[in-house]
Design a protein around this ligand. Structure first.
Ligand code: HEC
Length: 148
């Protein structure tokens, strides 16, 4: 009788231990390593997808090929000039032709809210401290484009 009871108790303890292990594993998985910023912040993700291949994850650029976005005039300048360049390739005065061997694609196909979020993020990252770009600024840039 005693033997049966102690067997049952042992089984019960084991089951508890097992449940505890499952719970601990689930909790560990839930609070596992923090995902990289790009997975969390949609604007950082847009940058990673569209820009970082050329301008670098830290906006550092590639010498002679692509300019840095950290501290350079166009990303930190007037929003409409920046938008005209990024969306339509209209060359800003602060970016004289022939400095870089690379060619930048145009991004007018991105949605207004994505362009606004992405450029706002660039203007607040890499040590940049420029004012946000709003969706209405992006819409205005589309209207200002000849042929619209
Ligand atoms: C295929 C490479 C490539 C990609 C992708 C790219 N760029 Fe560029 N970008 C360039 C090159 C090359 C230049 C310089 C072009 C020139 O002087 O003719 C440039 C210039 C710039 C400048 C002007 C920098 C300055 O010196 O003031 C800005 C701002 C900029 N890019 C933003 C972006 C953003 C934002 C994205 C993503 C939406 C992006 N670029 C994606 C290649 C790229």
């Amino acid at each position: 009788m005693n033997l049966v009871r102690s067997h049952a108790a042992a089984r019960c303890r084991r089951r508890h231990a097992c449940l505890g292990l499952i719970l601990a594993t689930t909790l560990l998985a839930a609070c596992g390593p923090t995902p990289p910023a790009a997975a969390v912040n949609p604007a950082a993700r847009l940058y990673a997808i569209n820009c970082s291949g050329c301008h670098g994850a830290a906006g550092q650029g590639v010498r002679g090929m692509q300019p840095p976005l950290a501290g350079t005039p166009v990303p930190n300048g007037e929003a409409d000039v920046l938008l005209a360049w990024v969306m339509y390739g209209r060359r800003p005065a602060a970016l004289p032709r022939g400095q870089y061997a690379g060619v930048m694609p145009q991004f007018a196909y991105l949605k207004d809210e994505d362009l606004a979020a992405l450029l706002t993020w660039v203007r607040a990252s890499f040590g940049n401290r420029a004012a946000p770009v709003t969706r209405s600024m992006v819409a205005a840039a589309r209207l200002a484009q000849p042929g619209h």
